[in-house]
Design a protein around this ligand. Sequence first.
Ligand SMILES: [Fe+2]
Length: 183
Amino acid sequence: MTPSEEEAVRLHRKHGSNDAVIRHCKTVAMVTGIIAEEFTRQGKEFDSKAAVAGALLHDIGRSKIQTVKHGVEGSKILEKEGVDEVVVQIVRRHVGAGITPGEARTLGLPANDYIPRTREQIVVCFADKMIDAERVRPFEEEVRRFERKGHDVKRLLALRRILKADLGVDPETLIFGKIKGTR
Ligand SMILES: [Fe+2]
């Protein structure tokens, strides 16, 4: 099944997510919705329902663990709950700007590919990187955070570049334009 917002919140509560995580997930879902709408408006194929559900549930694994493993933990919870594999994969691949099989092994994760690759996976991963807690903030702030943490900045920039090329417009400009219009 592809959970609705109500069902996603119920799953969060069941697995012990706190309110801050739920609010963060709702913000990521809102931004995902903005990009989804643009793909749809352009007549490009986009599974909005799965992407929004993935966004709503992307951090459910934080109820178990706070490390980079929370993506895999979240995907396990959702698999057990019978959530569609498309949604499960979005959750599994949202951490950082993606994790390669080699890095996964070093991190103690099953040596799988956790790089966001489908349109929906890329959108949710990107939307998450635009948001600090509940605040949609410039992408540049995430770039600086990656630099401070010693994360792979090139991969983060590639995520944005890939999405921009696919969308035909800059996703950050689109997001801030839409948010301004509603506030
Ligand atoms: Fe996360």
